[in-house]
Ligand binder design. Structure first.
Ligand code: F0G
Length: 457
């Protein structure tokens, strides 16, 4: 008999989590104005609000912390980190930052000017924010197939080469660089193929434009290339990531995801002018160039995390867990963005809560119901997060309305996945009784989802 699959690690340290009663949850969520961002984490049983900064570090990472060099300038921890990044990506220039959006802020302070257009595949919110705050446009070139949640294709995060070519042909004088997000978080943690990265490179070269990768989940992307793309099945993850980055000029990184640290990020590039141009902003906003907002010990742990999480077994354990949860949802016929993403399942709320009109925010309603059902905290990636149109001030109902269940790395077991699936099934089974959603009582002008106050209808 073939042995079943099991995790590539064992557990050395545990953190107790607490169940609660429905009555308690009703009360807590009401006080939080039906916004799960406003809940204290101790009121949460299984926390799927994000996979960012919520992973478990390994014993090697904890050991590396103890060897952190906290020198202000020239710390050995910086060189450990820099050498590891150069080894994995091939990029010689490295600027550390305290997280991913800080890397964007530093680099875009140099690169993005008013009136620019930055084409890419579903820019992440902070990326878009840093572009729009500079009065530039984040122009989406994601393939149209990404919008059909039930369509199953292997690389649903891809850039549409035709859309990219079109915007470059029309506006090349306004485009400072192209950005590719790997994996494509907003489209459902969907990967980008090596073929597509090559196509982007060819178009970029034709117009003489540099290419930047938003690399928060680059290792998961490499895993999908190995599993799904012809010619890569026998390559190691490190060989694949090296090839991916050989097609780019630089990267911004939120190390809180695929480098499995609680805080950290960086910029890496092969372009001397990007490094020279951005480094002053690092000093201004983040800190001196050999720490950029991070402790020495954290840079050490980051270097180890990057090394470990570009190994196949670690990624296989992680992504098979997400697929395990997806398999359960298939069993219960619960619709989600197919195929399952690398870091999360994105449940299609509009296909479940068909009686809740979009004006009453189906995905947020589903988020509320799942928390009340079992104390599981997901996150709305839908109409509330989409904010209002800056000009008309109307809600933006054009995109998808999803409940994201982000799975932290190396944190929960498949027993937890079973609980999540059954809790969602219970909500799914009574979906026809859910006829009312939520309404906004108070909201901030931008990024409203973090602080929005809601009322249940
Ligand atoms: N790029 C992508 C693709 C991201 O998913 C994130 C963060 C960032 C950049 C910004 O990085 O948080 O370190 O400043 N995503 C988190 C999430 C917050 O929940 O998906 P950061």
């Amino acid at each position: 008999m073939e042995l079943p699959f099991a995790e590539s690690w064992k557990i050395k340290m545990v953190e107790p989590i607490r169940k609660s009663t429905r009555q308690e949850r009703e009360q807590w969520l009401k006080s939080a104005h039906y916004n799960v961002f406003q809940l204290a984490s101790e009121y949460v049983y299984i926390d799927l609000i994000t996979d960012s900064g919520t992973g478990s570090m390994s014993d090697r990472q904890w050991a590396a912390l103890m060897l952190g060099d906290e020198s202000y300038a020239g710390a050995s921890s910086f060189f450990n980190l820099k050498n590891k990044i150069t080894e994995i990506t091939g990029f010689p220039y490295v600027i550390p930052t305290h997280q991913g959006r800080a890397a964007e802020n530093v680099l875009f302070s140099y690169l993005v000017k008013e009136g620019n257009i930055i084409p890419g595949n579903s820019h992440f919110d902070t990326t878009k924010g840093h572009i729009e705050a500079r009065k530039a446009i984040a122009y989406d070139c994601t393939i149209d197939e990404a919008k059909d949640t039930q369509l199953e294709i292997p690389f649903k995060g891809n850039v549409d080469p035709k859309k990219l070519e079109h915007v470059l042909a029309e506006h090349h004088d306004k485009i400072p660089f192209i950005i590719v997000t790997i994996t494509n978080n907003t489209a459902g943690g969907q990967p980008v193929s090596m073929q597509n990265l090559k196509e982007v490179r060819i178009i970029a070269d034709k117009y003489n434009k540099p290419v930047l990768y938003d690399s928060a989940r680059f290792a998961e992307n490499a895993y999908f290339i190995k599993m799904r793309e012809k010619g890569y099945e026998n390559k190691t993850i490190k060989e694949i990531t090296k090839e991916m980055f050989s097609l780019a000029d630089g990267m911004t990184m939120s190390a809180k995801k695929d480098a499995i640290v609680n805080m950290g990020g960086f910029i890496a590039t092969r372009l001397e002018d990007w490094y020279e141009g951005a480094k002053g902003y690092c000093i201004q906003y983040e800190g001196y160039l050999t720490y950029g907002g991070m402790n020495g010990r954290d840079m050490n742990a980051l270097a180890v995390g990057l090394d470990e999480n570009t190994e196949f077994e670690n990624l296989e354990t992680r992504i098979r867990q997400v697929e395990y949860l997806a398999g359960k949802l298939d069993e219960y016929k619960i619709p989600y963005q197919r195929p399952a993403g690398g870091h999360a399942i994105f449940v299609d709320a509009m296909k479940i809560l068909t009686h809740v009109p979009k004006e009453e925010f189906p995905a947020q309603t589903l988020t509320v119901e799942l928390y009340l059902e079992a104390g599981i905290r997901g996150c709305e990636i839908g109409f509330i997060l989409a904010d209002r149109d800056p000009i008309t001030r109307e809600n933006r109902f054009g995109g998808l309305d999803l409940l994201r269940l982000a799975i932290p790395r190396r944190v929960y077991t498949n027993n937890h996945m079973d609980v999540i699936a059954v809790a969602l099934k219970n909500v799914f089974d009574r979906r026809d009784t859910i006829t009312h959603g939520v309404k906004i009582a108070w909201e901030a002008p931008i990024m409203r989802h973090f602080t929005v106050q809601l009322e249940r209808l």
